[in-house]
Design a protein around this ligand. Structure first.
Ligand code: ATP
Ligand code: MG
Length: 159
């Protein structure tokens, strides 16, 4: 069904933030930006990315969520101030069970499934997911979905 991704992302941020008070969740975005998608799957996608942003960044940090209409695509950015992702991990990051293995990540639990699920959800909705990251500075995950096409039906009355 068709829904406003700005409103949904704002709701997910508020709900997630209420139970994760170690970080500040900062939301920005003006709607409506309509997309045609399975809203439960989109919630799961955002939850997985918020979970990572919080898990892999220090307490007290800010996680920002931005939604905007970028050339006909609903673009959602989730940015953290965390440990970052090494360049050599990038090509495997969305693979099932893949986890970066270093002294920092070993202390943090996980199954390595979150991002592979994200990739499947994005693919299913004709979207894209990209990541930019600098080790020791932070990471930004960007998701894009085509904005829903609104078909207007004009009815002319004739005598
Ligand atoms: P889970 O299945 O519980 O989500 P996970 O978080 O380890 O486990 P993914 O979400 O698939 O698995 O992420 C894969 C790996 O990518 C992580 O183990 C971590 O090494 C790295 N990673 C993901 N997101 C971030 C991030 N925001 N900052 C730094 N590293 C990240
Ligand atoms: Mg995860």
């Amino acid at each position: 069904s068709t829904f406003d991704i700005v409103e949904l992302a704002n709701d997910v941020t508020d709900f997630y933030g209420a139970s994760h008070t170690t970080h500040t969740l900062a939301f920005a975005g003006n709607g409506p930006i309509m997309i045609d998608a399975d809203s439960e799957k989109i919630k799961q996608l955002l939850n997985n990315l918020l979970s990572n942003a919080i898990k892999y960044s220090p307490d007290g940090g800010t996680v920002s969520i931005e939604v905007q209409n970028q050339d006909g695509f609903a673009e959602i950015k989730i940015r953290d101030e965390g440990m970052g992702i090494p360049q050599e991990a990038m090509s495997k990051l969305f693979d099932k069970f893949y986890r970066v293995d270093n002294s920092e990540t070993r202390k943090i639990g996980g199954t390595g499934l979150g991002l592979s699920i994200c990739k499947e959800i994005v693919k299913h909705h004709n979207g894209t997911i990209d990541v930019e990251s600098t080790v020791g500075v932070g990471s930004t995950f960007t998701i894009r979905f085509p904005v829903a096409v609104i078909s207007t039906i004009l009815t002319y009355e004739t005598e």
